[in-house]
Each structure stands twice: as structure tokens, then as C-alpha cells.
Write a protein that binds this ligand. Structure first.
Ligand code: ADP
Ligand code: MG
Ligand code: MG
Length: 933
């Protein structure tokens, strides 16, 4: 623009950046200062695209405004007026000029897009005098009055805070009415029940203006401001104030956006989409934000202004229809959309207005998209050579991969289900919950752990807190770009929108469609992928990784980039096979005790435990050549019989797993939990025996005595892990034999078993030495007898802080380490995991005593301990293989730490394997980026 760079500023800082005439003072990299919208308008202008001239007041101005106790920084207002003069020159119009008035929109715009933080004020600068100028210069009286009534309503509601009118429904609930909308509806009704806003004539609009002004006067006791400068001043301050409004605060809290960023204010020359049938307004995405398909996707309305499309005042045609309605404009728009997508190398979400056949771009930003679309778009853009593999990988959130593997409805159940209605498939996924009709109710029920579906006529930013906690969202009105749809896609909730068959009654708290009525609390199921709504709670089925080609391509890209291997925690052959299909490269944790609990086994285990102590003592006596009592002999006999049975069963389990994982390592952990976990709970057994009184069986009394004798104050710090194996060696001996016999059998069947035996809970190296000596003898004997060569290893878990300190000693004996970070966290913090997580820990996080739950993501101090243990261990054994098998192994942030400290693998539950593959690639990319710095 003409005087760019030569303008002088009255304020101490430069608070204003203008654009127009093909040039902008800011650019797309200035999002911090100009907000996303301002930066986008500057960038589009610089790229030669048609934007209406305007200027941005910076986020810094907003922050300084609040710092000064809600007063504009000295000099800012003068600079605003100077910027208005620039826009006047650019447009040839005058702000407040009754002959040829300049009208502007005042728009908020923070660094991160915050849908609906503050609504935009359009047509600012109108009063009775400038209105006449607008009418004269356009020769369109109806248009002038339509703009004026819109302005008064918007400014009244948004800037002047005209209160809503509340009435009481029959059931006592309060219903809010927008007073301006009520007046508008009344005016429309005169033209028939289904009249549209476009049916209003000049006379109606004039009357509406009078009615609107009266609403302002009676509700807030002042006249509607006529002076354009005063209008502008009030609007700028209202945008600033909206930064700390409830909607904005709620949104920032859920999205973890900092509260001190501030918002910019954009003052933009009005262009008019409501000047007749050669005018219009619309929203479009450069690719389909649901599926990622490469085609323009969006909606527009002719003879409409502003948010009419989003608000759903009329049914909007698809953007493709524009090609027929206004072919030249469509062609231009398509070209611009392509250009912007190439320029930003990402899908853009565009807002535009057509004024008498001339296209103006009003906004561009990276589009929110579903997880499926995100993956498809990233993969496609790599193939289109628009972005690199590294960029594609960085663009997908691990959580999105997770979402793609979430359940869908069982097709068999859908066939017999009662379908209530079908709406727009606005955000994919299956959601099941109980019907609620108010965001506050959703929040209250969700706090009580109820699953809810939020059902509304349409949603607004005021409903965000309810949407965030709902399983899914269902609306009767609004299209693919409505508030409900946009927000649901962004927060990853299934949503069916625009389901016009629904008859929702807020007062009786019911929804009726397809002849069925569901009351508040009734179960509904909605499918955001198909748009269907069902009565009742439908069963869901797992998502199929096998069917998701784009995801597979993306993860194959990740596999090439990552250094960490991804293993899985699996106890059963089916789980192992599943995880292997999803990319697992080994089993990092196979818990043997789970197998103890299945079916008839528990009874066998219990019977063995009852005599375990006596039998163990007796065996020691035999070894010392002492005679046994009859009772001891009997105990040994029972014990050995039970153990033999267990050994046989476990061997079967291990054969299944080793076969499923042929060629890949399988780390099998020896029994870990305290034995009392296999017995009934002390209280229950006490009640049972007491109730039975004299009739109590000897078996029950014996069981009670055993449970009592095994009772510990702190079982998590008690007789468990390797301690148990050292006290009652038979448990671990039979497990070792079972593992190796299984390996022998699998090998003989032509497969390649690779068992690794893991000894848990070692704190002192002597614990490891004693256990390993005992077990190596068993293993060697089995293998010798088997007559085939088996590659097996002994290693240990590192899960006691002391073990980290002596990891060099431990590595002299252990052939591998695996971090058990659940116990390591528990013992380093001194928190009992089972109690803390349900108790004070969450409160700690809420009160910010802890930044996050250390059982979810590794605490930096735990990482330091691990780092030390890795270094010490590898000092002794340079090729020591180290992994992690705690819950943290599937947590993206923790995976980053594991990469940084040089682990060989992370092991996580099967369904986290795909997520971990991506997270590991991102960790490698981040590491590389830091090295390059
Ligand atoms: P949001 O942040 O909610 O998207 P915007 O500031 O983008 O709000 O404004 C919403 C809509 O208002 C735009 O999409 C556009 O249709 C309309 N609008 C905003 N400024 C102008 C303008 N200067 N001329 C015409 N329409 C405008
Ligand atoms: Mg909006
Ligand atoms: Mg917008």
C-alpha cells in the first residue's frame, strides 16, 4: 500500500498492521502478533489474492489493554484512526461519510483458532445518515435496510450485551430467547409460516430497525450509538474482553491453550454477499475434512451475509453447485483454493464472499479434520510431492492413530436395531450413551461417570463443556460446517448433525423421531460415519487395522524413520498374533500369573498354595537328610501333584505364544504378584466361615488360616517377585521348565522359538544370582533332554530404585533389562499406585502440585534413574538389550524419553502398537532436528 513503512505511530509500540492494494505490512509468519486470521489475511494479500483492505490490531495491544486495567494504551486510538484513513484511501470511501460510507467488520482472531470465541460484528459504521449513502451508492434500498438491521442486532447482542429474555417452561426450566431473533421471527411470520429472511421487504426491515432500537433502549437504557468512531471503539474493546469470556476460557482449558496470548482485532472493509442473486457467502475446505478426499468441500448461500451458512438460516447448497450458478466465480475460487493449499502445504478452511460477481477471500486457515482424513491427506500429499515423509509423520497426532482403531458398531446388531433417524455424518465413529439435552446436564452426568449423548437443536460455543464430555453429539439443525460438526471433528467425538427428523423438546426432555420417543437418560447409539441414530445401546466391534490402507502406508513410513523397536505386552496367543499383525516386533512382557487365574487353574493354584509352605520346608528337610512327618509327606505329595498339573498347563500356554511369535523374542516374566492375590479376600473368607459357624468346612477354615498367615501390611513391598521364587522355588522352577519344554516342542514343530526369561523385582544382585543359578540348572536339563538347540536368555526387570544404582553389577548376570516403570514410579515416589490413583493423585494434578500423573507419563526423575541404569548396565555389557514394559511403553511422551535415553524397544498393549510406531518415529525426527540445531 501507498504509505506502508512511512507511517508514524503515536503509541509507544507498533500495534497496527494494515493490508490492501496487493500489499500487506504483516505476513503469514506473524501469528503470535496478528493472530491466525490477521496473519492469513496479510499472507493472502501478499500472494495477490483478492482481500478487502483492512488492518489488524495486535495481540500485544490486547495484553497491554488488560495490563493497564482495561484502557487502550496511550496513542493506540490515534493509530487506529490513522489506519482507518489508510483504508479510506484504499477504498475511496469515508468512515462515517454519509455520501459514500466505508463500512467494516470487526473480527477477533487469536493465535490458535478458537471457534466462536467472539462473534464477528458486521456492517459497522452504519447510522441513519450513512445508511442513506449506502442505499444511494448501491441503488438498493432493501439491501441497505437489511444491512442496518443486521448491524443493530449483532452489535446489540455482541458489543452492548443486550440480555436474552428468559421464560419458564412448564417443567420449571428456564428457556432463553434472543430478543432480536424473536422480533425477526415475528416479522417473518407475517409472510407465512415458512417465510425466510429474504421474504422481508423494505417496509418490514424499516419496522424491524425501529423495534431493534427499542430493544436496546429498554434493556440497557441507552440509545444505540450512532457515531461510527464510538461504534468502533466499543467493538474493539468488546473483542478484547471476549478473550476472557467464559466460552473462550473453557475452550482454552480443554485445548490446553495458554491464557496469556491475547487476541488480535481485525478491522476489515465490508464486502456484501447480500446484494442480490449475483452475491453470496460461503465456507469451503480444499479437501473433504471427513474423508480426506481431494475435492472442494463446502457450502454457500446466495444473497446472504456473514455466518448465515454456519448458522443454518437457510439450507445451503454444496459448493459444487456454484459451478453451475456462477461458473466464472467458481473457476476463480477453485484456482485460489489450489494456490492456497500449495502455498501452505496443507488443507485450508476458507471463508469467502461474492459481491455482485466479485470474489473476496475473508479467511484461510489450516483445516480441522478427522483422524481418517488427516492420515489420508498426509499420505496423499507425500505422493503429490507437496510435503516430505518427515512432514507427513509430524502432522499426525498419535492420538489420531488411536482414534482410527476405535470400535465401530457391530453390523449384525445394526441390522436388527431400531433406527430412529438419519442425519448428516458430521464426525465419524460409534458413540453410545444416555440422552441428555443440555450441556450442563451432560457435564453433571459425566462427572458421575455416566456416558451421555448430547442432543441439541443445534450447538453453540456455550455448549462446548457438554460436548467435550459427551460420547457423541446429535443435532437437529446445521450442516457439515455447523458449529457442532466443526467442534466434534476437532475434539474427535462422533457427531450426527442436521438430523431434521428429530423433534426435540427441551421442556419435556425428550426426543422423538421415527415413531419412537427417547426420554432423558434413555440409551441412544449414533454412528457419525453413516449419520444413523439408533435407539438403545448397540454393541460395538473393534476397528480393523487390516482395512486401513492409508494408515498402513503412514506407519510403514514411520517404521523407516524410527530407531526404537515396538514390542507388545501379551499373555495369550490371540493377543500375540493380533499385535504382530499390527507391527509388534516381539513380546516384551508375557505375564504368567494371568494364566494362573483361568478356568480350573485357580483351584489348582489355591490347593498348591495351601500346602506350599509346609511342602517347601519338608523338601528342605529331605535335602538335609532329615525324616518327614506323615503330614509333611502328604503335603509334598499334594503340592508336587498340583505343580505338575500347572507345569503341563503352562507349557501349553507357552507353546501357543512362542509359535505365534516364531522368529521374534518373547520375554516371559516369572510369577510376580504376592500369592494372596490368588486366594479369596480375607474379609470375604472371614465372613463365610463366621456365618457358617459350626457348619464351616475344614477346607474353608484351613483356607482362612492360610490367608491370615499370608496377610501383609504392604503387599506391594512384600513377598512377591523374585522374593517369592526364593522362598518357594517350585513355582519358578516349573515355570522355567514349562517355558523350555514349550520351546523344545515348538522348535521340533519346525518353528523358531526365542524365549527370554525375566526375573522380576530384583533389588540386590544376590537375588538375581541366587534365582538365576537355580533356574539355569532347570533350563539346561530340559534343553539337554529335548535334544534341540534353543536360544534362550535370562534377564531381569529393573523396577526397584536400588537396582538402577547397581545396574552395572546386575548386568554381569542379566542378559537383558526391562524397565518396569509402574513399580519404579511407585517406589521412587513412595506412592502406592493402587491407592494413589483413585485418591490424592488426581487432586494433585488438578491442583498443579504435580504437572501430570506420573503413572501415565514418565516423570523426568524416573527417566534419570533409567538413564543411569542404561549407562551402568552397558558399561558392563555394551550390547545389553534394554526395553520398557510398564504402562508407559504406550504413552507417546514417554516413548520420546525412551528414545532419548537409548532404549532398544518399548513394549505396550497390542492396540497401542500402531500409536507407538508413530510416536517412536516422531521421537526420532525430533532427536534428529535437535542434533541439526
Ligand atoms: P469466525 O472467527 O467466527 O470465523 P469471522 O471473523 O471469520 O469469524 O467472520 C465470520 C464471517 O463473517 C465470515 O466468514 C464472513 O462471512 C463474514 N465477514 C467477516 N468480515 C467480513 C467482511 N469484511 N465483509 C463481508 N463479510 C465478512
Ligand atoms: Mg464463526
Ligand atoms: Mg471465520
Amino acid at each position: 500500500m501507498a504509505d506502508s513503512g512511512t507511517r508514524t505511530y503515536k503509541a509507544a509500540k507498533r500495534y497496527i498492521y494494515a493490508w490492501g492494494g496487493g500489499k500487506a505490512e504483516g505476513n503469514g509468519n506473524m501469528k503470535d502478533l496478528l493472530g491466525g486470521k490477521g496473519a492469513g489475511l496479510a499472507e493472502m494479500t501478499n500472494a495477490g489474492l483478492p482481500t478487502p483492505p483492512g488492518f489488524t490490531i495486535t495481540t500485544e495491544a490486547c495484553n497491554d489493554y488488560f495490563a493497564a486495567g482495561k484502557t487502550l494504551p496511550a496513542g493506540l486510538w490515534d493509530d487506529v484512526l490513522a489506519a482507518v484513513r489508510v483504508v479510506e484511501r484504499e477504498t475511496g470511501k469515508g468512515f462515517g461519510d454519509p455520501k459514500n460510507p466505508l463500512l467494516v467488520s470487526v473480527r477477533s482472531g487469536a493465535k490458535f483458532s478458537m471457534p466462536g470465541m467472539m462473534d464477528t460484528v458486521l456492517n459497522l459504521g452504519l447510522n441513519e445518515a450513512t445508511l442513506q449513502g449506502l442505499i444511494a451508492s448501491t441503488g438498493n434500498e432493501r439491501f441497505g435496510w437489511d444491512a442496518y438491521r443486521r448491524f443493530i442486532a449483532m452489535f446489540g447482542r455482541i458489543v452492548l450485551d443486550v440480555p436474552t429474555r428468559s421464560t419458564k417452561a412448564k417443567d420449571g426450566t428456564l428457556v432463553q430467547h434472543n430478543r432480536f431473533d424473536e422480533a425477526l421471527d415475528a416479522a417473518k411470520e407475517k409472510h407465512g409460516k415458512d417465510a425466510k429472511d429474504t421474504d422481508l421487504n423494505v417496509d418490514d426491515l424499516k419496522k424491524l430497525v425501529v423495534a431493534y432500537k427499542k430493544i436496546v433502549k429498554t434493556t440497557i437504557g441507552r440509545d444505540f450509538p450512532d457515531d461510527p468512531n464510538e461504534q468502533l471503539d466499543l467493538a474493539i474493546k468488546a473483542v478484547f474482553a471476549s478473550w476472557f469470556g467464559k466460552r473462550a476460557n473453557d475452550y482454552r482449558n480443554t485445548q490446553k491453550i495458554a491464557h496469556d496470548l491475547g487476541t488480535a482485532v481485525n478491522v476489515v472493509t465490508m464486502v456484501f454477499g447480500n446484494m442480490g442473486d449475483d452475491s453470496g457467502t460461503g465456507v469451503a475446505f480444499t479437501r473433504d475434512p471427513n474423508t480426506g478426499e481431494k475435492a472442494l468441500y463446502g457450502e454457500y448461500l446466495t444473497n446472504a451475509q456473514g455466518e448465515d451458512v454456519v448458522a443454518g438460516v437457510r439450507t445451503a447448497p454444496k459448493i459444487a453447485q456454484l459451478a453451475t450458478d456462477m461458473p466464472r466465480v467458481y473457476a476463480e475460487f477453485k484456482k485460489i483454493a489450489d494456490k492456497l493449499e500449495k502455498h501452505y502445504k496443507d488443507v485450508q478452511d476458507l471463508e469467502f464472499t461474492i459481491e455482485r460477481g466479485r470474489l473476496y477471500m475473508l479467511q484461510t486457515r489450516s483445516a480441522k479434520r478427522t483422524a481418517a482424513a488427516a492420515v489420508k491427506i498426509a499420505v496423499d500429499m507425500v505422493h503429490e510431492k507437496l510435503i516430505t515423509v518427515d512432514e507427513a509423520l509430524a502432522r499426525i497426532e498419535p492420538a489420531q492413530v488411536d482414534q482410527l482403531l476405535r470400535p465401530t458398531f457391530d453390523p449384525a446388531a445394526i441390522r436388527t436395531a431400531t433406527r430412529m433417524a438419519r442425519g448428516l455424518n458430521a464426525s465419524p465413529g460409534a458413540a453410545v450413551g444416555r440422552a441428555v439435552f443440555h450441556a450442563d446436564v451432560a457435564a453433571a452426568w459425566a462427572a458421575k461417570k455416566e456416558k451421555v449423548i448430547l442432543i441439541r437443536e443445534e450447538t453453540s460455543p456455550d455448549d462446548f463443556h457438554g460436548m467435550a464430555v459427551a460420547q457423541g453429539i446429535l443435532t437437529a439443525k446445521g450442516g457439515a460446517t455447523s458449529h457442532a460438526a466443526v467442534v466434534a471433528r476437532q475434539i474427535g467425538k462422533p457427531c450426527v448433525a442436521g438430523c431434521s427428523e428429530l423433534e426435540i423438546s427441551y421442556s419435556s426432555k425428550t426426543v422423538t423421531a421415527g415413531g419412537v420417543t427417547v426420554k432423558e437418560g434413555g440409551w441412544v447409539s449414533l454412528d457419525g460415519t453413516t449419520g444413523e441414530v439408533f435407539v438403545g445401546a448397540l454393541p460395538t466391534v473393534e476397528a480393523k487395522y487390516e482395512d486401513q490402507k492409508d494408515l498402513q502406508t503412514l506407519l510403514a513410513m514411520a517404521d523407516k524413520v524410527r530407531r526404537l523397536q515396538i514390542w507388545t505386552n501379551a499373555d495369550k496367543p490371540e493377543e500375540a498374533a493380533q499385535a504382530r499383525a499390527w507391527g509388534a516386533q516381539g513380546i516384551g512382557l508375557c505375564r504368567t500369573e494371568h494364566m494362573f487365574r483361568e478356568g480350573p487353574r485357580l483351584e489348582i493354584v489355591r490347593a498348591a498354595i495351601l500346602v506350599a509352605n509346609v511342602a517347601t520346608r519338608a523338601k528342605a528337610k529331605t535335602a538335609a537328610r532329615q525324616a518327614l512327618t506323615a503330614e509333611e509327606k502328604k503335603a509334598v505329595k499334594t503340592f508336587d501333584a498340583k505343580m505338575a498339573k500347572l507345569e503341563e498347563m503352562q507349557q501349553g500356554d507357552f507353546e501357543g505364544i512362542l509359535a505365534a511369535m516364531t522368529g521374534l523374542p518373547v520375554v516371559i516374566r516369572l510369577i510376580d504378584p504376592p500369592l494372596h492375590e490368588f486366594l479369596p479376600n480375607l474379609e470375604d473368607q472371614l465372613v463365610k466361615v463366621t456365618k457358617a459357624g459350626a457348619k464351616a468346612t475344614p477346607k474353608d477354615k484351613e483356607l482362612l488360616a492360610t490367608i491370615k498367615s499370608m496377610h501383609e501390611q504392604n503387599p506391594m513391598l512384600g513377598l512377591r517377585g523374585c522374593r517369592l521364587g526364593l522362598m518357594i522355588p517350585d513355582f519358578v522352577k516349573i515355570q522355567t521348565r514349562a517355558i523350555l519344554n514349550a520351546a523344545v516342542a515348538v522348535k521340533k514343530a519346525g518353528k523358531d522359538p526365542r524365549p527370554e526369561i525375566m526375573i522380576p523385582l530384583v533389588g540386590h544382585v544376590n537375588e538375581l544370582i541366587a534365582t538365576q543359578t537355580l533356574l539355569e540348572a532347570e533350563a539346561a536339563a530340559v534343553v539337554a533332554k529335548g535334544g534341540v538347540k534353543i536360544d534362550y536368555k535370562f534377564g531381569t526387570m529393573i523396577e526397584i530404585p536400588r537396582a538402577c544404582w547397581v545396574a552395572d553389577d546386575i548386568a554381569k548376570h542379566a542378559q537383558f533389562f526391562s524397565f518396569g516403570t509402574n513399580d519404579l514410579t511407585q517406589m521412587t515416589f513412595g506412592y502406592s499406585r493402587d491407592d494413589a490413583e483413585g485418591g490424592f493423585l488426581l487432586k494433585y494434578v488438578e491442583d498443579k502440585i504435580l504437572p501430570y500423573n506420573p503413572f501415565q507419563s514418565l516423570d523426568p526423575v524416573i527417566v534419570q534413574e533409567m538413564d543411569m541404569a542404561v549407562k551402568l548396565g552397558r558399561k558392563t555389557r555394551p550390547d545389553l538389550k534394554v526395553g520398557i514394559c510398564g504402562e508407559h511403553g504406550g504413552d507417546p511422551m514417554s516413548i520420546g524419553f525412551c528414545h532419548d535415553i537409548g532404549l532398544n524397544y518399548v513394549s505396550c498393549s497390542p492396540f497401542r502398537v500402531p500409536v507407538a510406531r508413530l510416536a517412536a518415529a516422531q521421537a526420532a525426527l525430533k532427536g534428529a532436528a535437535e542434533r541439526d540445531k
